[in-house]
Structures are given as C-alpha cells and as structure tokens.
Write a protein that binds this ligand. Structure first.
Ligand SMILES: [Zn+2]
Length: 113
C-alpha cells in the first residue's frame, strides 16, 4: 500500500482513509481517490514550441525575441529560464528571469532544455 496523498486543500500529510473517503484531520476536507484522478486528467497539458510536454521545475530557453511589458529591453532568443511553474491562462508559464524578475511567458515561445 502506497502512502496516502497529501490533503489537496491544505497539503497536510496527516490524511487517513475512512472507507472510500480520504479525510484530512487538519481542515476536515474529505475527498476520494477517484475524484483526485479525475481532476488530474483535467489538468491542462502544456507543450513547448517543439511539442514536448512541460512540467513544473523544468528549464527552458526562449525561441524568439519577446517584448517585455514594462521594460525597454526585449527578452532575447536563447535566454535560459530555470525552474518554470505552469499556470492557467493565456501566458501559461510563471518564471523569474535574471534582469527582468518575475514574469509570465507563453509555452509556444519556449523550448525545453
Ligand atoms: Zn486539509
């Protein structure tokens, strides 16, 4: 039997099984393994410019020069971006870039490295 998943609401490790239900003693959230699997399937798959699937923590490089809102300098093609985080929305990558700070990119303008 593998370890129980953390609470999807508060990330508590102290979850326990109650019949089909999983229960979190810290926030009183109850859920089922099945509902977790369903929500995983709904998770949007984010692909880079080459069609490779991106994941949180990946490193990517920018495949074209991009204008940066609020900055006079552009993000140059080939700029490396470490430790990306996938988010919902039009710009689906959250990241920090040296010299620019926190910003969001579109996955179609990066490639996995
Ligand atoms: Zn909880």
């Amino acid at each position: 039997m593998s370890a129980l998943p953390n609470c999807p609401k508060c990330q508590s490790e102290y979850t326990y099984e109650d019949g089909n239900l999983l229960v979190c003693p810290e926030c009183a959230h109850e859920w089922t393994q099945q509902s977790m699997e369903e929500s995983e399937q709904e998770t949007q798959i984010v692909k880079d410019a080459n069609g490779n699937v991106l994941q949180d923590g990946d490193s990517v490089s920018v495949v074209k020069d991009l204008k940066v809102k609020g900055s006079s300098s552009a993000l140059k093609m080939g700029t490396k971006v470490k430790n990306i985080r996938l988010v919902d929305g039009d710009h689906n990558i959250d990241c920090k870039i040296d010299g620019f700070g926190a910003m969001q990119l579109k996955s179609e303008f990066v490639k996995k490295i």
